[in-house]
Design a protein around this ligand. Structure first.
Ligand code: NAD
Length: 371
């Protein structure tokens, strides 16, 4: 029985709906296993800009720093799309990653038997997929300077910079090897070493780190090939480690192996201090406020929090099993429903997962109702 403080940053759009679902699930876990979870709420993103004039207010950062872990929803929306760079919701995300040293973003992609029909890919391609994307989160193109627009000799230009320090690459690649050691012992390091200098340095460092992990196999793959291989034969992967933007793009692609962006959780580990957990999807303005969003990515992010930040593996397993049960019972939000199949709302999905956590008999009830 433990006592934990969790900072909750719902953000914008469906961020609010899915984090409120994940908080419900954490409360249910608290009830079942006798833990105390205290939730402290903070503003981030567009809502923070509207209320405080900045996408990441100091109060939010303070709440996060004094908590044991952070649960984040999503930020952004058309209302702020025309704002200047420093007043964009996404700036809040980049800032929180930098301020809290969230260097390693772990994005597990797991095949669910019951969702075979929801993926656009053939069953034989996705069967058994169980891979982990380890994305570098505090360097690369999203942070390198210079970045901006200029007019030179009457010509308008824009620049972004892909910059990495050796230490930044070392720590993320090392984290990937450590994770692979506990899995299928294979690391695929993804880069663009045929063109980019930063990728050539990345490759050298990966080779260096591999010396310390003789039990783990290292392979290098160019990012364009990796994008293709993820669709052609995703079963070949165990741990994929890559720089910030490549990881961002590849993980959205990989989400379709499970059927929807709404299924993929993530954990962002800090070099020091609390880690942050969030679904990989954005604020989905097209469905925001309609009680339609799939809350599973946020709920599985809460499960990752229990396992990685609090060492509560049994509790994390319970959430994951409850999710599997409701999916096996045929419960589907709109994003994973088949044509003609009844789609449940965000709230219904949360309630059924909660029921499964609190009462094992509820699982059999769900099986009968939705079979
Ligand atoms: P998005 O992930 O918000 O949505 C892409 C598509 O997936 C949409 O059709 C959406 O309806 C669907 N989708 C996403 N999550 C879903 C869920 N849980 N359940 C059901 N369907 C879901 O990406 P986008 O449309 O490119 O971006 C929208 C806004 O979100 C932008 O402002 C963008 O900057 C922001 N964004 C934020 C984050 C973040 O907060 N981490 C990540 C990506 C995008």
């Amino acid at each position: 029985m433990g006592s934990y403080q969790i900072a909750v940053l719902p953000g914008d759009g469906i961020g609010k709906e899915v984090t409120s679902g994940a908080v419900e699930i954490l409360k249910a876990i608290g009830t079942r296993f006798g833990h105390q979870f205290a939730f402290k709420y903070g503003l981030i993103g567009g809502e923070a800009i509207d209320q405080k004039g900045t996408p990441l207010p100091d109060e939010t950062l303070a709440i996060c720093r004094e908590s044991d872990a952070v649960l984040l929803g999503a930020v952004g929306g058309p209302k702020w799309d025309r704002n200047p760079a420093h007043l964009r919701p996404e700036k809040g995300l980049l800032q929180i990653r930098k301020e809290m040293n969230l260097f390693a973003n772990l994005r597990p992609v797991k095949f669910y038997d019951s969702l075979t029909e929801s993926s656009p890919l053939k069953e034989e391609v996705i069967q058994g997929v169980d891979l982990l994307i380890v994305r570098e989160l505090t360097g690369g193109l999203y942070f390198g300077k210079p970045s901006g627009r200029m007019v030179e000799n009457g010509e308008e230009k824009a620049v972004d910079t892909l910059l990495y320090k050796k230490e930044e690459i070392k720590r993320i690649v090392k984290a990937a090897f450590e994770l692979a050691r506990k899995r299928k012992k294979k690391v695929t390091s993804v880069d663009k070493a045929n063109v980019l200098e930063s990728s050539r340095m990345w490759r050298e460092i990966a080779e260096e780190i591999a010396q310390d992990f003789p039990d783990v196999t290292l392979e290098h793959m160019l990012v364009d090939n990796a994008a293709m291989q993820l669709i052609r034969s995703p079963q070949q992967f165990d741990v994929i480690v890559t720089e910030n933007m490549f990881g961002d793009i590849l993980s959205d692609e990989a989400s379709m192996l499970t059927g929807s962006l709404g299924m993929l959780p993530s954990a962002s580990l800090s070099t020091s201090g609390p880690s942050l957990y969030e679904p990989i999807h954005g604020s989905a303005p097209d469905i925001a406020g309609q009680n339609k969003a799939n809350p599973i990515a946020a709920i599985l992010s809460a499960a990752m929090m229990l396992r990685l930040s609090f060492g509560l593996s049994k509790e994390a397993d319970t959430i994951e099993k409850a999710v599997q049960h409701v999916l096996a019972a045929g419960l589907r939000t709109a994003d994973i429903a088949q044509k003609g199949q009844r789609a449940v709302s965000t709230d219904e999905m949360v309630n059924e997962i909660k029921a499964a956590i609190l009462d094992n008999e509820a699982i059999s009830h769900i099986m009968t109702v939705y079979a």
